[in-house]
Design a binder for this molecule. Structure first.
Ligand code: FAD
Ligand code: NAI
Length: 478
């Protein structure tokens, strides 16, 4: 007899595994299939999807190692600390990263066992619907099995978009998979796309000694960020030696004896060739929908491959939901997770809701960049009445003590009601500082609420309070 589940989740990335856990907590019988994009050495699928295997977690391990290396190599003199013979063993750095991935992915398997979630090894695809539920075929190494589920949550994620004529081999020309596995820092690294991956991964290898050139098709970069943050980032990245060439058109990339040569046209129309040891292609990601056989249940992906859903991630097939990178909205792990929780709770008859406007973004460069809510250019375009408060880390004692005093926090609030509309940070620990702003916005706090909240001294969080005070031009330390 076929296995039957109340809820079947397809894909065990941060969207899928969190949805499965929440559904199990709510008392449903849950199955989750994972097709083994990332195997462990024993051939078992590693759970956790892109995030745990080839995205957030391994990349942030490399960010941490490379930041530490840069700090110890160049930034300790001010503290009176002298160092000599500082080196880095890249193989060991990569082993540390792998150990973190192994620990985290094994942790998801443990959570599946703890919550009695049935893990099905194989690729899920729809076969149709009967009175008993949705028929889903799981195709694995050991063959095929058909399961039945009352509700299905599609959480199949995304993969790197490639450029025609630039063949990714993940050795010399790499997407996110190969770019996190270099065994030594390339002398010269080319990056196509000054987006989130280009900036984060490019910065990792720059800190470790590579000369990095980023080629970006648009005339500006970080367009989703507040304009003053992008300007500040551009200034700081240039100072760090990250070369970003804007408005380029990429031509052919050819493998050479020593690496790869990329032809491109600059923003003035002049032709150039960039010779480098390695090339990273980071020009966005595309949803994984093509092998789901959505037609069998009357669904169709849109022209960009996303599964159309409503505000609650419901598709037009009753009881079938889609979450995470495979649907509209930002491709972020915490967005996938929140949608997973929301859908499981909806299935249980609860009334959850996600406020996408209070969903934070973080870019793990040095310094970090983070924001939540609207940018100043959005508010200006909307023509609304708004106020701005900004405060620099350079006027904060804790930031100076840490030797991390670059950047600022900018708060935007409604001109009449004072409700916080957006918070934008470029500076140390922006990834943690932004959580206060996200919470404030979730509670629809005013800038005065933050300004009147006692913040610990000395701490970087005081910059948030000063930015709130600056809205009414009453910052105290400036
Ligand atoms: P995924 O994580 O892609 O998981 C989908 C899973 O489904 C995969 O395991 C896949 O094997 C499986 N699957 C696909 N098709 C099938 C099928 N038919 N049957 C069974 N299984 C299937 N986001 C952040 O918020 N913060 C970060 O710092 C961050 N860093 C990133 C760094 C990099 C280099 C990259 C590439 C991404 C990063 N992201 C980050 C984005 C984040 O990884 C994704 O938004 C997140 O993983 C999406 O989760 P998901 O569950 O929707 O999909
Ligand atoms: P991206 O969308 O962030 O950036 C892609 C960049 O490539 C854009 O600037 C785009 O203009 C440029 N581009 C596109 N085609 C090009 C071409 N032909 N030539 C030159 N430039 C071109 O995509 P990226 O960096 O690949 O990351 C994918 C997604 O992964 C992100 O959007 C984000 O959602 C997620 N991610 C999140 C992180 C985080 O939250 N910290 C870290 C890394 C990835």
């Amino acid at each position: 007899m076929n296995k039957q589940f109340d809820v079947l989740v397809i894909g065990a990335g941060p969207g899928g595994y969190i949805a499965a856990i929440r559904a199990a907590q709510l008392g449903f019988s849950v199955g989750c299939c994972e097709f083994s994009a990332y195997d462990d050495p024993a051939g078992e699928p590693r759970l956790g999807g892109t995030c745990l295997n080839a995205g957030c977690i391994p990349l942030k391990a490399l960010v941490a190692s490379s930041e530490l290396f840069e700090k110890v190599s160049h930034n300790l003199e001010d503290h009176g600390i002298t160092t000599s013979g500082v080196g880095i063993d890249i193989a060991k750095m990569q082993l540390r990263k792998e150990a973190i991935v192994t620990k985290m992915t094994a942790g998801v398997k443990f959570l599946f066992r703890k919550n009695k979630i049935t893990l099905l090894h194989g690729r899920g695809s729809f076969a149709g619907r009967t009175d008993a539920g949705y028929r889903v075929i799981i195709s694995g190494k050991e063959g095929e099995e058909e399961v039945l589920a009352q509700k299905v949550i599609i959480a199949t994620g995304s993969k790197a978009r490639h450029i025609p004529n630039i063949a990714v081999d993940n050795v010399t020309i790499c997407d996110n998979e190969g770019a996190l596995k270099f065994t030594e820092p390339p002398k010269k690294l080319g990056v196509i796309g000054a987006g989130v991956i280009g900036l984060e991964v490019g910065s990792v290898w720059r800190r470790l000694g590579a000369e990095v050139t980023v080629l970006e098709v648009m005339p500006s970069f970080l367009v989703a960020a507040d304009e003053s943050i992008s300007r500040e980032a551009s200034k700081l990245f240039l100072k760090q030696g990250l070369h970003i060439k804007l408005g380029v058109r990429i031509g052919q990339a050819k493998l050479t004896k020593h690496g790869v040569s990329i032809a491109y046209t600059d923003d003035q129309g002049f032709e150039h060739t960039l010779e480098c040891d390695k090339l990273i292609v980071s020009v966005g990601r595309i949803p994984n929908t093509e092998k789901l056989n959505l037609e069998a249940i009357g669904l169709q992906a849109d022209e960009r491959g996303f599964i159309p859903v409503n505000d609650h991630c419901a598709t037009t097939a009753p009881g079938v939901y889609a979450i995470g990178d495979v649907v509209r909205g930002p491709m972020l792990a915490h967005k996938a997770e929140d949608e997973g929780v929301m859908v499981a709770e909806l299935i249980a008859g609860q009334k959850p809701h996600i406020d996408y406007n209070s969903m934070p973004w973080v870019i793990y460069t040095t310094p970090e960049i983070a924001w939540v809510g609207k940018t100043e250019q959005q508010l200006r375009a909307e023509g609304g009445d708004y106020k701005v408060g900004q405060f620099p880390f350079a006027a904060n004692g804790r930031a100076l003590g840490l030797g991390d005093a670059e950047g600022f926090i900018k708060m935007l609030a409604d001109g009449k009601t004072d409700e916080i509309l957006g918070v934008h940070i470029i500076g140390a620990d922006a990834s943690d500082l932004i959580a206060e702003a996200a919470l404030a916005m979730e509670f629809r706090a005013s800038s005065e609420d933050v300004a009147r909240t006692c913040h610990p001294h000395p701490s970087l969080s005081e910059v948030m309070r000063e930015a709130a005070l600056a809205i009414e031009k009453r910052a105290l330390n400036m």
